[in-house]
Design a protein around this ligand. Structure first.
Ligand code: TYC
Length: 115
């Protein structure tokens, strides 16, 4: 286990004092947008199924988003914590690779609604 893994473990209590500064106390967890990219090869039905299974969209919403990605080049699949967003991107990549499709997603920091 690396020190990074330890730092991120919910079971690890670092031997340091608690940061109770206002910035620390009011800080919300960072969120990330998962953006799916268009390509010329992945079948439309495959993309629609991925949007249903990995991003839990309805069949109707999946078809609409797939067409948006197809025509505009990319589309927003959802907003998640860093770990969940990365897991979904990996799941898409692995499912696509298994079928020989080049489908890819990217990660963008979400716009914060802080003042
Ligand atoms: N452009 C693809 C096609 O014509 C369909 C597609 C849509 C691929 C969305 C990727 O994220 C994507 N078969």
């Amino acid at each position: 286990m690396s020190s990074t893994d330890l730092d991120r473990s919910p079971h690890f209590t670092p031997n340091t004092t608690l940061d109770e500064s206002p910035e620390s106390v009011s800080k919300k967890p960072s969120l990330y947008d998962v953006i799916m990219l268009n390509d010329d090869y992945t079948p439309m039905d495959f993309v629609t199924k991925i949007l249903q299974t990995i991003f839990h969209l309805s069949e109707f919403d999946s078809q609409q988003l797939m067409m948006t990605i197809h025509t505009e080049g990319q589309g927003h699949c959802g907003t998640y914590s860093f770990d969940v967003a990365n897991t979904k991107i990996l799941e898409v990549k692995e499912a696509a690779q298994k079928e020989g499709h080049p489908l890819q997603c990217k990660l963008n920091p979400a716009e914060s609604d802080d003042e």
